[in-house]
Design a protein around this ligand. Structure first.
Ligand code: FNR
Length: 180
C-alpha cells in the first residue's frame, strides 16, 4: 500500500514532520509512506491553476498515485496552518485528485490538547465539495506535549503513544481494505 504524508509544517525541526518520519520508519512493513514537501508549492492562484507550475503538477501526481493520504498537522491559531490550506486549494481544483481518496489525520503539538481544533477543521474540509475525501473517523492521533515524548534521534519514547500508534495503524490497514 502506498501512502503519502502531507505535513502542515515546513520548518526544519518540525515535530509533525518527525512524527511522520517515525510512522514511516516503524510501519515500513505495513505501508510505503512518502513524505511530501509543501515548501516547494507556490501560493495558490486561480489565474495559473489550469497551467500550474511543475511543482504543483508533481505534487498532485504523487497524491493521485497514492492509495491514501496521511495528514500530519500542527495547530496554528486554533486551526490548520496556511501552508496546509495552500496545498488543499491546489488539490481541490482542476483534476480533483482527492475525490474518493481515503484520508487519515494525525497531529502533534507542544501544548496538551494536541491539535484537537485543527484536526476538527481539517476533517470538515476534507469532506467538503472540492476534496470529497472519505476520512477515517475515530482513529485520530493527537500527540500533546510532543517535546517530552521524543529522544534526540526523533524516536517516540513514550510507550503509551507508541502502543496507541500500533493500534491505530492496524485499524487504518483494516479500514483500507474496502478501497482495494
Ligand atoms: C502555534 N502553536 C499553537 N499550538 C496550539 O496548540 N494551538 C494553537 O492555536 C497554536 N497556534 C500557533 C500559531 C503559530 C503561528 C505557531 C508558530 C505556533 C504552537 C504549535 O503547536 C507548535 O509550535 C508546534 O511545535 C508546531 O508544529 P511543528 O512545526 O513542530 O510541526
Amino acid at each position: 500500500m502506498k501512502v503519502v504524508a502531507i505535513v502542515g509544517s515546513v520548518r526544519k525541526e518540525s515535530y509533525n514532520n518527525k512524527l511522520a518520519k517515525f510512522v514511516q520508519k516503524r510501519y515500513a512493513e505495513k505501508f510505503d509512506l512518502e513524505i511530501l514537501d509543501l515548501s516547494v508549492l507556490p501560493l495558490y492562484n486561480q489565474d495559473i491553476e489550469e497551467n500550474a507550475p511543475q511543482a504543483v503538477v508533481d505534487f498532485k501526481l504523487k497524491v493521485k498515485d497514492a492509495d491514501a493520504v496521511l495528514w500530519v498537522t500542527p495547530e496554528y491559531n486554533a486551526t490548520i496552518p496556511g501552508v496546509l490550506v495552500n496545498s488543499i486549494d491546489w488539490l481541490s481544483r482542476v483534476d480533483k485528485v482527492m475525490i474518493g481518496k481515503p484520508s487519515w489525520i494525525m497531529g502533534a503539538s507542544i501544548g496538551m490538547l494536541g491539535t484537537v481544533k485543527a484536526q476538527a477543521h481539517l476533517r470538515d474540509i476534507l469532506f467538503a465539495g472540492g476534496l470529497q475525501s472519505p476520512v477515517l473517523i475515530g482513529n485520530e492521533v493527537y500527540v500533546g506535549a510532543v517535546h517530552t515524548k521524543m529522544d534526540e534521534e526523533d524516536n517516540i519514547t513514550d510507550e503509551g503513544t507508541v502502543a496507541f500508534l500500533d493500534n491505530v495503524v492496524s485499524n487504518f490497514k483494516q479500514w483500507m481494505k474496502q478501497f482495494s
